[in-house]
Design a protein around this ligand. Structure first.
Ligand SMILES: [Zn+2]
Length: 289
């Protein structure tokens, strides 16, 4: 599965990407991580990026695409990948489409994580980092006064707020993301029909469940339909044995209890099934007699 993750800073898409890595056995490709690796190893790409960054500029789209092309050529990406933090511009998105088109491996889905900005601001501005061991805390969940790892050496283990996490900075990052990335990319990908949105607010596990459900449905009707027909095939088989008794309509009612999730649908289905059964039941029971 070839996936692009889109989401504001602090939307939790990185965490969700890590979960999918385990679930699907495909790599999470984060351009930030790759760039740092190239820089650390002093590769030609890394040197080029280093020069650009030293001049105070952002790494250009061509360099980013070259980094992605290099990464996608590695064997672990052959089964699929999760692009996390790339593309960031329409030029990058176009380059990616062309690159994947040339490889004959187009994207399967673009997941857009939609999180409430107030939640993001609260979460990010609540972050504190230990300067020594780099452990991350959050004043809303784990106050810096209680982290066991940093209690021992209070003097060396200074828990601070990074500039990136200050509220004004977070607001600015969200504004830039909205203007420069989300709007243009949403527009670019809207024509592909690949975009699936996931509500990114709330519990991490809950978001993972939503994400997996979205990806399952993401294949479109082709994937969703077999699931429905499976149910239809399974139910009559279950219901047939009790049909021998006269009280046929009562049985499906009790059977429908555990399926309370889609009540109205179940009720309709049960009614239909009861109606269907009412006829064949007599035929069958007369045969048996
Ligand atoms: Zn520490």
């Amino acid at each position: 599965m070839r996936i692009v993750f889109m989401g504001a800073p602090g939307s939790g898409k990185g965490t969700q990407a890590q979960r999918l890595v385990q679930h699907f056995g495909i790599p999470q490709i984060s351009t930030g991580d790759i760039l740092r690796k190239h820089l650390a190893e002093g590769t030609p790409l890394g040197l080029r990026a280093k020069e650009i960054m030293a001049s105070g500029a952002y790494v250009d789209d061509d360099t980013m695409l070259a980094i992605i092309r290099d990464r996608l050529a590695q064997p672990d990406a052959s089964k699929g990948f999760i692009l996390d933090g790339f593309p960031r511009t329409v030029t990058q998105a176009q380059g990616l489409s062309k690159l994947l088109g040339d490889l004959g491996t187009p994207l399967d889905v673009v997941v857009s994580f939609e999180a409430n900005n107030d939640e993001i601001i609260k979460r990010l501005s609540g972050r504190r980092v230990c300067e020594l061991c780099k452990k991350v805390f959050n004043v809303h969940t784990a106050p810096p006064s209680v982290p066991p790892e940093c209690v021992g050496g209070r003097d060396e283990h200074q828990v601070v707020q990074r500039d990136d996490d200050k509220e004004a900075t977070v607001r600015e990052r969200l504004r830039v993301y909205e203007e420069k990335t989300r709007k243009p990319l949403a527009s670019f990908y809207s024509y592909t029909g690949l975009v699936r949105t996931v509500d990114a607010d709330g519990d991490i596990d809950e978001v993972t469940r939503r994400l997996l459900a979205t990806l399952k449905a993401g294949g479109g009707a082709k994937v969703a339909k077999p699931a429905k027909s499976k149910r239809r095939v399974a139910r009559p088989a279950k219901r047939k044995p009790p049909v021998r008794r006269r009280a046929a309509p009562a049985k499906p009612k009790s059977r429908s209890k555990p399926k309370s999730k889609a009540n109205s649908r179940v009720v309709k289905r049960v009614k239909r099934a009861a109606a269907r059964k009412a006829r064949p039941t007599r035929r069958k029971s007369s045969k048996r007699r």
